[in-house]
Write a protein that binds this ligand. Structure first.
Ligand code: UD1
Ligand code: CA
Length: 503
């Protein structure tokens, strides 16, 4: 096999309106697998390492151009102001480039499942056979709407006829034009100058280039796609969902083959941009999005959505919503945790049930097990944050930071009013509202003193069941000196109080 030469240009056609999406968003910006349609098309084109990567834009061009600039800054948007056909679109792209020699590859912006491998096979066959044009085709059960491949009796490609312009006999052909081509750059430019718009849509068809080249005695070839799902296009939201599912299946299959356990592929959604290591286990209803990475041995889910989040080896993340977070090795998160950007949980740390965190550095082995808000905070190693603790970070104007040292203990239901510093080895008494810094080894108590008012119930709630219960309890207390009577009560105890006392 001759080594393929990189294409001089890849041209992605993306100027069409996409009316059937019925959307305010340009069709090219609709997403599947966490990536826009035009994002999938440019990624496949980029994989060929072309000299120029051109995206022909038209409808929604400002939004599509801005999106491209963020996605692939070296991809070059070329405006086709009026959509006068696919041939016109390619001509517009070539006119924006210096004269090219070599191969030009053309793809469609709305065909997201096309793989770089298939594009490479198209390019390789085209170059090996020295063709003027090579079209990627597929044989499909229902070719309605597609251009049909016309072959001569010897099997060679004679041209393409659009569905709308085809005879009944031509419509019976099941081999269709995918819309992907490789062309000799010089011959393409020349043939584009000869296109007419004498057809049912009054457009310049790129597909007519094949017939022109063939009539001039050049070689025109075809490559049949092995997997016809690769050439499916998105024209409406039903197809968007269907192709999204196919893409997800493809992504999950690849991860399973590389050693990831996916308990329920039907309810697990993983973006194309996610990275997983072997022996990761994904439980049902898990979505992994953006730049999320999950290290070996970690378990994620069920019912978990992680976006741009890093999960360390052997961590456990259950029923959690996370974004922009880092979860350390062997750490535990959830169930019902909400990790917001800037959360960084150290090795073997814990963010437990009904806990929200944001801009929070939580040290190795530190624990925030229950019902807390931790915002703009640093928590040192092995510190325990009691149930219901609030890091009060917002004074109505500014967000302030609180630092808690290592091996400290914050009692339940405390409010730490930022900015605050709690030293290493400090204690906060439960129920404290902490408005002063706490030094090493100190216990901070910041709450009302407890006062027990004897006889209050009898005086203020006389005649209520509470008062009666109080009177009975007072009677029993006087009994406690009477040992035989107490033993009798324990023998008659059916709810296992004596078992409990042994635990
Ligand atoms: C086209 C092909 C058809 C093929 C099908 C595969 C032509 C004439 N027909 O038909 O043979 O089977 O794709 O999906 O090429 N576009 C522009 N500028 C234009 C017109 C279109 O950029 O002036 C872009 C569209 O945004 C789209 C692509 O080109 O990404 C294809 O155009 P579309 O109108 O969808 O062509 P089809 O009728 O589907
Ligand atoms: Ca189309």
């Amino acid at each position: 096999m001759i080594a393929t030469v990189k294409p001089a240009a890849v041209i992605v056609l993306a100027a069409g309106e996409g009316k059937r999406m019925k959307s305010r968003t340009p069709k090219m910006l609709h997403e599947l697998g966490g990536r826009s349609l035009v994002g999938h098309a440019t990624a496949a084109g980029r994989a060929l390492e072309p000299g120029h990567l051109v995206v022909v834009v038209g409808h929604g061009r400002d939004q599509v151009t801005a999106h491209l600039a963020a996605l692939d800054p070296t991809a070059r948007p070329v405006v086709q102001a009026e959509q006068l056909g696919t041939g016109h679109a390619v001509r517009t792209a070539l006119e924006a480039l210096p004269p090219l020699a070599g191969t030009v590859v053309v793809t469609n912006g709305d065909v997201p499942l096309l793989t770089p491998d298939t594009l490479r096979a198209l390019l390789a066959t085209h170059q090996e056979r020295g063709a003027a044009a090579t079209v990627l085709t597929a044989v499909v059960p229902d070719p309605t709407g597609y251009g049909r491949i016309l072959r001569a009796p010897d099997g060679s490609v004679e041209g393409i006829v659009e569905h709308r312009d085809a005879t009944d006999e031509q419509r019976a052909v099941a081999e269709i034009n995918s819309g992907m081509f490789a062309f000799d750059a010089v011959l393409l430019a020349d043939a584009l100058g000869k296109l007419s718009s004498d057809n049912s849509q009054g457009e310049e068809y790129l597909t007519d280039v094949l017939g022109i080249l063939r009539a001039e005695g050049h070689r025109v070839d075809a490559v049949v796609a092995e997997d016809d799902s690769e050439i499916l296009g998105v024209n409406d939201r039903v197809q968007l969902a269907e192709l999204g599912r196919l893409l997800n299946e493809r992504i999950l299959t690849a991860w399973m083959r590389s050693g990831v356990t996916v308990i329920d592929p039907a309810t697990t959604w993983v973006d194309a941009s996610v990275t997983l290591e072997p022996d990761v286990t994904l439980y049902p209803q898990t979505q992994l999005r953006g730049a999320t990475t999950v290290a070996a041995g970690a378990h994620v889910g069920p019912d978990t959505t992680l976006t741009d989040t890093t999960v360390g080896p052997d961590a456990r993340v259950v029923r959690t919503h996370g974004e922009g977070a880092v979860i350390g090795a062997g750490a535990n998160v959830g169930p019902f945790a909400y990790l917001r950007p800037g959360t960084n949980l150290g090795e073997a740390g814990k963010i437990g049930t009904f806990v929200e965190t944001k801009n929070a550095e939580i040290g190795p082995g530190a624990k925030v097990p229950h019902l807390s808000y931790v915002g703009d905070a640093t928590i040192g190693a092995a510190t325990n944050i009691g149930a219901g603790t609030i890091f009060a970070n917002y004074d109505g104007v500014h967000k302030n930071r609180t630092e808690v040292g290592s091996h400290s203990f914050v009692g339940s239901d405390s409010v730490l009013v930022a900015p605050r510093k709690i030293a290493d080895g400090a204690y906060i008494a439960a129920g404290s509202t902490v408005v002063k810094d706490v030094g090493p080894g100190e216990l901070a108590v910041a709450r009302g003193q407890q006062r027990n008012v004897a006889g209050w119930v009898a005086r203020k709630r006389a005649g209520t069941p509470t008062a009666e219960a109080a009177a009975r309890a007072a009677g029993q207390q006087t009994d406690t000196a009477d040992a035989p009577a107490r033993q009798e009560r324990q023998t008659g105890d059916v709810d296992g109080a004596s078992d409990r006392s042994e635990q």
